[in-house]
Ligand binder design. Structure first.
Ligand code: ARG
Ligand code: ZN
Length: 885
C-alpha cells in the first residue's frame, strides 16, 4: 500500500544501472507460515556507468531482512539503510558478492505478485516488478544475470519443485522435506524468474528442433485437470514448428514447461523455460471449453512460446519499451493463429476487438502512446494500446516493407541483439538497416497517442479517365499531447468497376499498371493520389485488410456498401462493408428512438443478410461474423454521446426484425448444421468452429421468435450437445429469453453438473452477468453470494463483475447510478486485496465523458468516492486521478 505521494517515472530520466549482476544464486525454503529466501548475487560496477563506486541501491518490498553480508563479511545495522522500497549500502570494491536472507509471506499474498499461493501450490508472477517482493535485487529489465535456484519443501505436499532452465540436482532431507536445483544458463532479467512447488501431474511429450535437438515438453496441472491438457500440448508443438518456419527461431533449452494455476492476474507469463499460465489459458477439452476458449488457448500458448525470442533472448531495456516485446509478440501470435485457422476470420476478430476496446482507451483519460512517456504504476500499462495497437504498428511495418523485407528485418534484429536489453528504436533500426528504408516519420506511431482519422474524398474525370483520391489525416488531442504531426498511414486499396471487377491500378507518372491491390503511403496531412486509365467511375475498396489502425471516413451510400459486400475481392472489406451498412442502419434507428418515433428497419440490411444466408458456398464462419450486428460497446465507442438505452433498443429491434424476416432460412441452416454436429464428434479445427458459429448465431436469432419448436430445439441442444460451444450458447439464449422454466432448469442443471469445475462455473457466472433484461444488478449481487464465487480469484471477478460492467451496458448504466456505485464498492474492496485487478475493474468508470450529463455526474462521483476512500494502491490511484484530471 502506498504511504508516500506516488512518484511519476519518466522515460527521459532513463539511466544505465550503476551495478550489474552476473550471477544469481537463490535458495527458497518453503514453509506453510513463511518462506526463507537466501540470495547470493555476484556483482560488479557497470563499466558504462562512469567512474567511482556510488552507493548500491537495491529494490525490495515487504521483505523482512534477516542477514546481509558483503564479500562474506556480515554487515551490521550501520552498514546499510532499509527504506520502504529499497536497501542501500556502500560497496568498497568494483566486484563483490552480496549475500542476503529475507523472510516473506506467500501464504498471505493476495495481490498475486511475487511469490504467492494459488490453492495448495506455490507459484510466482514477477513481471513487471514482482521480483522485488521476493528478495533485494536490481529489479529492472536491463540487469541480466544467470540464475541457479534451489527449492526445498515438504515432499508430500510439494512433490514437484520447478524453476527456470534445466534440473541439475535434487535430494532428500531427514524431516520429510526434499529439494531440487535448477540452472538457467541464459542471462535474463529478474522479471522472467519463476518458481513452482506443488502436488502436480504432468502430460509429457517431446519436440525435435530444426537442428535435431530433442526438447522435453511438460504441462503441469492439478491432478483433476490432467485430461484437459492435450489441446495446449498440440498448440505448443505447432508453435515451436511455426516459429522455426516463419521466423527461423529455434528453442534453446532441453526442457520447456507450462504450469496451470487457478489464481492469476493475467492470461499467462513467459518465464524462461517455465511458463506460468492462468488455468483458463491452458485447460481445454470439448465438454468444458468453447471453441473460442480453444482458440484462446492456442493463441496464448503460442504467444508465450514466441516470447522466448521476442522478449527473453532479446528483452526490453526499460518498461517504456514494453511494446517492443508485447506488440511484436501479439503480431507474431496473430500471424500464427491466422495460419492455423482462417486468416480473414482472425483479422475480423482482431479488428473488432481493437476498434471496440483500444479505440475507446485511445479516446479516454488513460490514452497513451505505444511507447508511453511516463507512468506511476507500470502494471497499468499492460494495455490494449501497448499490446494490440503495438501489434498493428508492427503489422504496418510489414505492410510497408513487404513480407520478405520484414523477415530480413526480424532476422537482423534477433541476430544483432541476442542477449541484449534493447529499445523500440533498435527494433525499427534493424528493420531500416535490413531494407535500406527510412522509418523516421513512421516512428510517430510509437510516440503519438490517439486514433487518427482519415477522411477520403474522390474525383472522377470522365474525359481524362483519371480518378483521384484525396486523403486528409488528423488526430484528436490526448492527455499531454494537444498537437499531432502526420503519421505514415499505409492504405491498401483496390478499385471496382460497375460489374464488381478489379480495375488495374496505374498511378500518374507510372509506365504501366501494377496489380489490382496496392499500398499507398499517406504521409502528409493532405495528399492526393491520381490513377490514370480508369475507364469508368469506380467504387473504391479502401483500407483492405484494415491496413492501418485509423478511423476511415468515406461517404459510401448503403447501395454501394451492399455492392462491396457482394463483390469486393478482399474478404475483410466484404465484412467491413456489412458492418458499415449495419452501423448506418442502426444509427438511423438510434435517432428515431431519441426523437420518440417508431423504429423502422431499413430492409436493405435484411436483403443483404438474406443473400448471405442463401449462398451455401460462403464460409460459414464469415457468414456468422457478418450476421453479428456491431456490439453495443462498439456503437458506444463511435457515438459522440452514447445513448445507452437507444443503442440497446435499436439493436434489439433490428435483431428482432432480421429474425422474423429470415426465420425460414435460419431454421433451415440451423437444423442442417445441428444435424452435422449430432453426427460428428467434436474437433477443435477451423471448419468445425465455422459450422458451430453459424449454427449458434442462427439459434440466437431463432429464439427471438419465441416459437415452441425453437425452444424445444434449444433445450435439445442444451441437453444433448457433446461440447461446451453448443451447450453454452443454448444456455445463454435461454437465459436471455422469457422462458422462465426452461431457463431455470438449464441454469440449475448446468451448475449441478459442473460445480466442481471452476472454469466452467466462470462461464455460468458470465452468461448470467450478461443477461440484459431488467434487474441485472440485483442478479449479479445475488450471484456474489454463491459458494463458487470469491473476490480472491481474478477469473471469478472478471467473469461476474467484469462481464456485468463491460457487456451488460443497459444494466450497468442504469439511470439511478446503482451500477456505478456497485462497481466502485468492489474496487474499494479489491484495492486492498489485489490492486492490479482493482485497477482493471474500474476501467468502465473512466469512460464517463461518453455519456449524458446526469450519468457523467454519477460516474465522477463514484471515482471521487474511490479517491476519498484513502490508502489507495498506486495502481488504483493512477487510474482514478488521471480519470478525474
Ligand atoms: N508478459 C505477459 C504476457 O505474455 C504479461 C505479464 C503481465 N504482467 C502484469 N503486471 N500485468 O503478455
Ligand atoms: Zn506477452
Amino acid at each position: 500500500m502506498r504511504t508516500e505521494q506516488p512518484k511519476v517515472i519518466h522515460l527521459k530520466d532513463y539511466q544505465v544501472p550503476d551495478y550489474l549482476i552476473d550471477e544469481t544464486h537463490l535458495t527458497f525454503e518453503l514453509y506453510e507460515d513463511r518462506t526463507l529466501v537466501h540470495a547470493q548475487l555476484v556483482m560488479r560496477r557497470n563499466p558504462e556507468a562512469g567512474a567511482g563506486l556510488p552507493p548500491l541501491q537495491l529494490h525490495g518490498q515487504d521483505l523482512e531482512l534477516m542477514s546481509l553480508s558483503l564479500n562474506d563479511r556480515a554487515l551490521g545495522l550501520g552498514d546499510y539503510q532499509v527504506a520502504e522500497e529499497s536497501l542501500t549500502l556502500q560497496p568498497d570494491t568494483a566486484s563483490f558478492t552480496l549475500d542476503s536472507t529475507v523472510v516473506i509471506h506467500p501464504e498471505s499474498n493476495t495481490a498475486l505478485e511475487g511469490l504467492y499461493k494459488s490453492g495448495k501450490m506455490f507459484c510466482t508472477q514477477c513481471e513487471a516488478e514482482g521480483f522485488r517482493k521476493i528478495t533485494y535485487y536490481l529489479d529492472r529489465p536491463d540487469v541480466m544475470s544467470t540464475f541457479t535456484t534451489t527449492v526445498s519443501a515438504d515432499k508430500q505436499a510439494y512433490p514437484i519443485l520447478l524453476s527456470n532452465g534445466n534440473p541439475i540436482a535434487s535430494g532428500e532431507e531427514e524431516d520429510g522435506r526434499h529439494w531440487a536445483t535448477w540452472e538457467d544458463p541464459f542471462k535474463k532479467p529478474a522479471y522472467l524468474f519463476a518458481l513452482v512447488a506443488g502436488d502436480l501431474w504432468c502430460v509429457e511429450d517431446s519436440f525435435t528442433t530444426m537442428s535435431g535437438r530433442d526438447v522435453a515438453l511438460r504441462i503441469y496441472v492439478e491432478p483433476e485437470n490432467i485430461d484437459k491438457c492435450q489441446h495446449a500440448m498440440d498448440s505448443l508443438k505447432k508453435s515451436m514448428k511455426w516459429d522455426e518456419e516463419a521466423y527461423g527461431r529455434e528453442y534453446d533449452l532441453d526442457i520447456f514447461m507450462i504450469v496451470a494455476v487457478n489464481d492469476f492476474n493475467m492470461g499467462a507469463m513467459e518465464n524462461k523455460g517455465l511458463n506460468i499460465f492462468n488455468s483458463s489459458a491452458v485447460l481445454a477439452r470439448a465438454e468444458t471449453a468453447t471453441d473460442a476458449a480453444h482458440q484462446r488457448v492456442e493463441a496464448i500458448v503460442a504467444h508465450e512460446y514466441f516470447h522466448n525470442w521476442s522478449g527473453n533472448r532479446v528483452t526490453c531495456r526499460d518498461w517504456f519499451q514494453l511494446s517492443l516485446k508485447e506488440g511484436f509478440t501479439v503480431f507474431r501470435d496473430s500471424q500464427f493463429s491466422a495460419d492455423m485457422n482462417s486468416p480473414t476470420v482472425k483479422r475480423v476478430e482482431d479488428v473488432s476487438y481493437l476498434r471496440t476496446h483500444q479505440f475507446a482507451e485511445d479516446a479516454g483519460p488513460m490514452a497513451h502512446s505505444v511507447r508511453p512517456e511516463s507512468f506511476i504504476e507500470i502494471s497499468n500499462f499492460y494495455t490494449l494500446t501497448v499490446y494490440e495497437k503495438g501489434a498493428e504498428v508492427v503489422r504496418m511495418i510489414q505492410t510497408l516493407l513487404g513480407e520478405e523485407g520484414f523477415r530480413k528485418g526480424s532476422d537482423l534484429y534477433f541476430e544483432r541483439h541476442d542477449g541484449q536489453a534493447v529499445t523500440v528504436d533498435d527494433f525499427v533500426k534493424a528493420m531500416e538497416d535490413a531494407n535500406g528504408a527510412d522509418l523516421t516519420q513512421f516512428k510517430r506511431w510509437y510516440s503519438q497517442a490517439g486514433t487518427p482519422r482519415l477522411a477520403v474524398s474522390e474525383r472522377y474525370d470522365a474525359a481524362a479517365k483519371t480518378y483521384s483520391l484525396t486523403f486528409r489525416q488528423s488526430c484528436p488531442p490526448t492527455p499531454g499531447q494537444s498537437e499531432k504531426l502526420p503519421f505514415v498511414i499505409p492504405v491498401s486499396l483496390g478499385l471496382l468497376d460497375g460489374q464488381g471487377r478489379e480495375i488495374p491500378l496505374r498511378l500518374q507518372d507510372e509506365d504501366a499498371a501494377v496489380g489490382t491491390t496496392r499500398v499507398l503511403a499517406v504521409e502528409q496531412a493532405e495528399q492526393t493520389f491520381t490513377f490514370v486509365e480508369v475507364p469508368e467511375q469506380p467504387l473504391p475498396s479502401l483500407l483492405r485488410g484494415f491496413s492501418a489502425p485509423v478511423k476511415l471516413e468515406f461517404p459510401y451510400s448503403r447501395d454501394q456498401l451492399m455492392f462491396l459486400m457482394q463483390h469486393d475481392s478482399d474478404g475483410f472489406n466484404r465484412w467491413e462493408a456489412g458492418q458499415q451498412l449495419s452501423v448506418q442502419v442502426l444509427q438511423e434507428m438510434i435517432g428515431q428512438h431519441q426523437r420518440g418515433e417508431a423504429l423502422q428497419l431499413d430492409q436493405r440490411l435484411v436483403t443483404a443478410l438474406r443473400s448471405l444466408l442463401e449462398d451455401e458456398r460462403l464460409d460459414p464462419a464469415m457468414v456468422a461474423e457478418m450476421l453479428s450486428l456491431p456490439s453495443e460497446a462498439y456503437l458506444t465507442e463511435i457515438s459522440e454521446v452514447a445513448d445507452v438505452d437507444a443503442i440497446h433498443a435499436a439493436r434489439d429491434f433490428a435483431r428482432q426484425g432480421i429474425a422474423t424476416a429470415l426465420f425460414d432460412l435460419f431454421w433451415k441452416r440451423y437444423q442442417a448444421n445441428r444435424e452435422v454436429s449430432r453426427q460428428t464428434p467434436y474437433v477443435a479445427e477451423a471448419s468445425h468452429f465455422a459450422r458451430r458459429a453459424l449454427q449458434n448465431i442462427a439459434l440466437s436469432y431463432l429464439m427471438l421468435s419465441g416459437k415452441s419448436e425453437v425452444v424445444a430445439a434449444c433445450v435439445e441442444q442444451f441437453d444433448q450437445a457433446d461440447n461446451m460451444t453448443e451447450r453454452l450458447t443454448a444456455l445463454a439464449v435461454l437465459v436471455n429469453s422469457n422462458f422462465e422454466t426452461e431457463r431455470q432448469q438449464a441454469l440449475d442443471a448446468f451448475a449441478e453438473h459442473f460445480k466442481d469445475n471452476p472454469l466452467v462455473m466462470d462461464q455460468w457466472f458470465s452468461v448470467q452477468a450478461g443477461n440484459t433484461q431488467p434487474g441485472g444488478l440485483e442478479r449479479v449481487q445475488h450471484l456474489m453470494q454463491h459458494p463458487a464465487f470469491t473476490l480472491k480469484n481474478p477469473n471469478k471477478v472478471r467473469a461476474l463483475i467484469g462481464a456485468f460492467a463491460n457487456q451488460n451496458l443497459v444494466n450497468f448504466h442504469r439511470a439511478d447510478g446503482a451500477g456505478y456505485r456497485f462497481l466502485a464498492d468492489q474496487v474499494i474492496v479489491l484495492n486492498k486485496l489485489n490492486p492490479q485487478i482493482a485497477s482493471r475493474l474500474l476501467a468502465p468508470l473512466t469512460r464517463w465523458r461518453k455519456y449524458d450529463a446526469a450519468r457523467q455526474g454519477l460516474m465522477k462521483a463514484e471515482l471521487e468516492r474511490i479517491l476519498a476512500a484513502g490508502e489507495l494502491s498506486s495502481d488504483v490511484y493512477e487510474v482514478v486521478s488521471k480519470s478525474l484530471a
